[in-house]
Design a protein around this ligand. Structure first.
Ligand SMILES: [Zn+2]
Ligand SMILES: [Zn+2]
Length: 183
């Protein structure tokens, strides 16, 4: 196991949140917040209002900076985020989830909890010197983030859409090259 389960969950949720900002934007309604929240098994406070949506939208560039920073910069950002949020790491066990860290209360606003969970996840990534697990999608037209937790570090695309598009393009190039060779 590369990272603890709550670290993996925090990274997945953060990457997914940042990637909702890729065109077409898929975080424009409270319903889309509901879906993202459910997708990542979040618990705790939900306001379900426009202010919460706006706060999560505003968080996307902040998390993008954190997740794409070099190790030095990422450490600075993590320290600032944890200090700003007055994070206090505590082990919790609830809702059938085994021991994991909560560093802000479950009734704190969702955007504050997401910042802190992302920063706590990056604490592990930075200490393990595994920042290469995070990258920007290899598709030339996409800025989506890629979280590669595979053993052989083979993941280059943010989504199956991007992977498939590039597989098709690579196939066409191969066919064209073979065709040219025969001419
Ligand atoms: Zn929890
Ligand atoms: Zn992509």
């Amino acid at each position: 196991m590369l990272f603890a389960h709550d670290t993996v969950a925090g990274l997945r949720a953060a990457v997914d949140l940042v990637n909702t900002g890729e065109e077409p934007d898929t975080l424009t309604t409270v319903g889309q917040v509901d879906a993202w929240y459910a997708r990542h098994g979040y618990t705790g406070r939900r306001d379900g209002d426009e202010a919460e949506l706006a706060a999560l939208r505003a968080l996307r560039p902040v998390l993008r900076e954190l997740l794409t920073a070099d190790r030095e910069r990422a450490a600075e950002l993590v320290n600032a985020m944890l200090a700003d949020a007055e994070a206090l790491p505590q082990l919790k066990r609830h809702d059938g989830l085994d021991w994991h860290i909560h560093a802000v209360p479950a009734d704190a606003p969702l955007d504050r909890r997401v910042v802190v969970e992302s920063a706590m996840a990056m604490v592990d990534v930075i200490r393990a010197d595994e920042l290469s697990r995070l990258s920007v999608c290899a598709d030339a037209r996409c800025n989506g983030l890629v979280l590669d937790l595979s053993r052989n570090r083979s993941r280059r695309f943010c989504s199956t859409t991007c992977a498939n598009r590039n597989a098709v393009a690579a196939y066409r190039t191969r066919v064209r090259v073979r065709g040219d060779a025969r001419d």
